[in-house]
Design a protein around this ligand. Structure first.
Ligand code: KG4
Ligand code: ZN
Length: 340
């Protein structure tokens, strides 16, 4: 039996979780800073890292207590090293390294995006491989073929704004508040999605995405006419994004013939996106529960479990990598430093 402690502090959520044997969540705590950053309309990095510092130890104690686990019962610590805000990442990585040093535990550095994919393994039955993963978060939009644990191939990515970023910016334009994704989703329920024909950038012949033209179109539409309903604009915007994501993912699936499609990242919590995938896909679609789509540490612990199982781990020289992404031919970078 393994108990892995997951630590996630890449942006504005402080998260700690304990996961048993890779898929059983014993505790999963997220302390959101959303109320603190909402007054600025976005995350202030300095404020975020100080808040992590204040929150992380009480959260760790609570996670251990809820999991009925003592520090000495832990098998390993998995922590996000990037991508994310440098000051925020440092808090989580420093905690993880200190624990591993003091308790002589294995440390696994996790790429946040790879972690998001593993939210799909936090269930009784594992997804089938190879699978096609659509990662849609605040900072990333990536279509990735997963052939095995640690074996990823990047098929497409956004050429400009990330999908979640487009939700956040459009919500700000429409004055719907922060964070934008849930605000747009709530507003869209009250609007008509067929009110406005917005540009669909499908970038035929490529698996890449583009959302900046759509965001600019909303800006011009909203600024150009009096008396528009923000609900209709939100509904039209959401329907356009959902159609782009589903169309492009299903096109890639037709070409690649994966056994399953996996959704990951904060935007995957969107109800309309989830419904459309279920309605239009002939291939089984795996959807983590919404609370595991947005940032959490259970997905990091789970990803740590599979990395350790494959013999991959880090050492105490693990550094943060705020711009970590997807390296062509390598997968999620850096491959956690292999101990020879
Ligand atoms: O994965 P995540 O929690 O953090 C990052 O790694 O970025 O994703 C956050 C993003 C934000 O842009 C947020 O607006 C978006 O996910 N999001 C949503 C919804 N919930 C969160 N977008 C659309 N609909 C939602 N229900
Ligand atoms: Zn995330």
């Amino acid at each position: 039996m393994t108990k892995i402690l997951g630590v996630e502090t890449s942006c504005d959520d402080t998260a700690v979780s304990i996961v048993e044997d890779g898929n059983r969540i014993l505790s999963n705590l997220v302390s959101s800073q959303v109320d603190i950053h909402a007054r600025y309309g976005g995350v202030i990095p300095e404020v975020a890292s100080r808040q992590h510092l204040l929150t992380i130890i009480p959260l760790l104690r609570q996670a251990l207590q809820e999991a009925n686990t003592d520090l000495k019962d832990l098998s390993a610590v998995a922590v996000t090293f990037g991508p994310g805000l440098a000051g925020s990442l440092l808090v989580g990585v420093s905690l993880a390294k200190s624990l591993c040093l003091a308790l002589d535990l294995p440390l696994v550095g996790i790429n946040h995006l790879e972690g998001h994919i593993y939210a799909n393994w936090l269930r009784e039955s594992s997804p089938l491989l190879p699978c096609l993963c659509l990662i849609v978060s605040g900072g990333h939009t990536e279509l990735v073929l997963m052939r095995g644990h640690g074996d990823f191939l990047l098929l497409g990515r956004t050429r400009d704004d990330a999908c979640g970023e487009a939700f956040d910016k459009v919500a700000r334009i429409l004055g719907l508040g922060y964070p934008g994704g849930p605000a747009i989703e709530r507003a869209a329920i009250r609007g008509d999605p067929s009110s406005f024909a917005l540009p669909h950038a499908l970038l035929r012949g490529s698996h890449d995405f583009s959302f900046s033209g759509l965001k600019t179109a909303v800006l011009h539409l909203w600024g150009g006419r009096e008396g528009l309903s923000p609900f209709d604009v939100a509904a039209s915007f959401q329907a356009t994004v959902v159609d782009i994501l589903v169309t492009k993912t299903l096109e890639a699936a037709k070409e690649i013939e994966p056994k399953q499609i996996l959704l990951a990242g904060g935007v995957a919590a969107n109800g309309s996106l989830r419904q459309e995938f279920m309605r239009r896909s002939k291939i089984p679609v795996c959807l983590p529960p919404p609370s595991l789509c947005t940032d959490n540490a259970a997905m990091i612990a789970c990803c740590g479990y599979f990395n350790l199982r494959e013999g991959r781990r880090s050492d105490l020289s693990l550094d943060i990598l705020p711009n970590a992404g997807f390296a062509e031919g390598v997968g999620f970078e850096p491959t956690t430093q292999l101990l020879k």
